[in-house]
Design a protein. Structure first.
Length: 382
C-alpha cells in the first residue's frame, strides 16, 4: 500500500492536468461561483406602472411598493401594451397594473384588484418580487382595516392585525442566493474535481498499459489489488486536505456566508466523504479507456449529481428510483450533513446517519475499486 501510495503521489505531482483538477479547480471554482452570486439579494429592480385608477389610493399603493428595497418604480405608462414593450426591451422586469375601480372597491368595503406581471427568466427575481409585494399587501390590509373601523367610530376596538407574523431565517439569515447554494456547491466541487482527476489518472494508465503490452511501468506489479486501490485513495484524500479546508472553512469566512459550525466537526465529517469520493472515482475510472474520458464524465455527471444531491430540488419530492440512485453518490449525504453542521451548528451526532452512509459508501466503493483493478489486470494480461 505504501509503495502504491508513493507511486500515485509521484504521478499526481508530475501530471499538470491532474493538478488542475486537484488544486486549481477546488480553489478557483468556489471563488468564481461566489463572486458570480454576489450581491446575494436583488435590489432596485425596475417596475413600470399602469395606473388605471389615477386616485390618491392608487398613488399611495405605488409609493409604498416603490419604497421596498427590491422594487424601483421605473415609470408610468398609459396602457399595458406599452408596458409590455418595456419588458421586451429588458428595461423593466415587472408590470404593476391597477384596476380602474381600485379606489371605489376599497371605499365600498370590497376587495381592490391589482395585477402584477413578472419576467420569469429568473426565478430568483420572481421570488424577490413575491416577497416584497406580500409584505406591502399585509401592511395595506392593516391600514385599510383600521380606516374602515375608524369610519364606524370604533377606533378603540382595533389594535392591529389579529395575528402578527415575523420570520427568522435559520441558516440563511439574509436570504441570499450564495448563502443558500454555496455551502452545498463547494461539497459537489470537491467530489467532482477528485473524481475527474482520478478518472484522468486511470485513463492515462490504460493508455500506458496499451503501449507496454498490458504493463504499467509507473505502478507496482506484484502488489495486491486492494493495496493498489487503498494506496491511491489515501493519496487523493491526503492531497485534498488543504483544498477541502479552503473550500469548507475559508470560503464561507472570506465571503461572509453562513458559518456557525465547528471546523473540527465538519473536518471529521469530511474524512469519510473524501475517502468515499476517492474510491468512487477509482471505480468509475475502470471504464475510462483514455485520458479524455474525464471530460466526457463532466458532461454526463455534473448536473445529474447536482440535482440528486437535493440542493436544487428536495429529495423527498423525487421518485423513489432517483432517491435510490442518489443514495449511492457520496456528495448526496455530504451536502446535507455539511449544511447542517456549517449553517445550523449541528454536531457530528446530529448527522450520524449521513456519517455512517459515507463510511458505508467508502467501504463499498473500495471493494468495487479492488474488483475493477483485478479486472483491468486480467483484461490486459497482467
Amino acid at each position: 500500500m505504501a509503495i502504491a501510495f508513493a507511486a500515485e503521489w509521484r504521478i499526481v505531482l508530475k501530471d499538470a492536468g491532474v493538478l488542475i483538477f486537484f488544486i486549481a479547480l477546488p480553489i478557483a471554482y468556489p471563488i468564481v461561483y461566489t463572486l458570480v452570486y454576489n450581491p446575494e439579494v436583488l435590489e432596485k429592480m425596475p417596475v413600470v406602472v399602469v395606473d388605471n385608477s389615477r386616485t390618491a389610493e392608487s398613488r399611495d399603493l405605488v409609493r409604498k411598493i416603490g419604497a421596498t428595497p427590491a422594487i424601483e418604480i421605473y415609470d408610468y405608462v398609459p396602457s399595458l401594451q406599452e408596458a409590455k414593450h418595456l419588458v421586451d426591451a429588458n428595461e423593466v422586469f415587472g408590470i404593476l397594473e391597477i384596476s380602474s375601480d381600485y379606489a371605489k372597491e376599497i371605499g365600498r368595503g370590497e376587495t381592490g384588484h391589482v395585477t402584477f406581471y413578472c419576467d420569469m427568466a429568473l426565478m430568483l427575481r420572481f421570488r424577490t418580487f413575491a416577497f416584497s409585494l406580500t409584505e406591502v399587501q399585509i401592511a395595506e390590509i392593516g391600514s385599510i382595516t383600521a380606516d374602515r373601523i375608524s369610519m364606524l367610530g370604533a377606533e378603540s376596538l382595533y389594535t392591529g392585525m389579529p395575528v402578527n407574523s415575523e420570520s427568522y431565517m435559520l441558516g440563511d439569515p439574509q436570504q441570499g442566493f450564495a448563502s443558500f447554494v454555496m455551502p452545498g456547491i463547494v461539497v459537489l466541487i470537491l467530489q467532482q474535481s477528485m473524481v475527474l482527476g482520478a478518472v484522468m489518472i486511470m485513463g492515462t494508465a490504460r493508455q500506458r498499459r496499451r503501449r507496454n503490452h498490458g504493463f504499467d511501468p509507473l505502478m507496482p506489479v506484484n502488489s495486491p489489488a486492494y493495496a493498489i486501490v487503498w494506496g491511491k485513495a489515501l493519496c487523493y484524500t491526503i492531497f485534498y486536505i488543504t483544498p477541502a479546508l479552503f473550500a469548507l472553512h475559508f470560503i464561507p469566512s472570506i465571503f461572509n456566508l453562513p458559518h456557525v459550525g465547528s471546523a473540527v466537526q465538519y473536518l471529521l465529517f469530511a474524512l469519510p466523504f473524501l475517502l468515499a469520493s476517492a474510491f468512487f472515482g477509482i471505480t468509475l475510472g475502470a471504464v475510462a479507456r483514455d485520458r479524455e474520458s474525464a471530460f466526457m464524465l463532466i458532461v454526463i455527471t455534473s448536473v445529474v449529481f447536482l440535482f440528486l444531491s437535493g440542493l436544487t430540488w428536495p429529495r423527498y419530492a423525487m421518485p423513489d428510483a432517483w432517491q435510490i440512485v442518489g443514495d449511492f453518490i457520496p456528495a448526496t449525504w455530504a451536502v446535507e450533513g455539511f449544511i447542517q453542521i456549517n449553517s445550523n451548528n449541528a454536531v457530528l451526532s446530529d448527522v450520524i446517519t449521513n456519517y455512517y452512509w459515507l463510511w458505508g459508501l467508502a467501504a463499498a466503493y473500495s471493494i468495487l475499486g479492488a474488483l475493477s483493478e483485478k479486472w483491468l489486470r486480467v483484461s490486459h494480461g497482467v
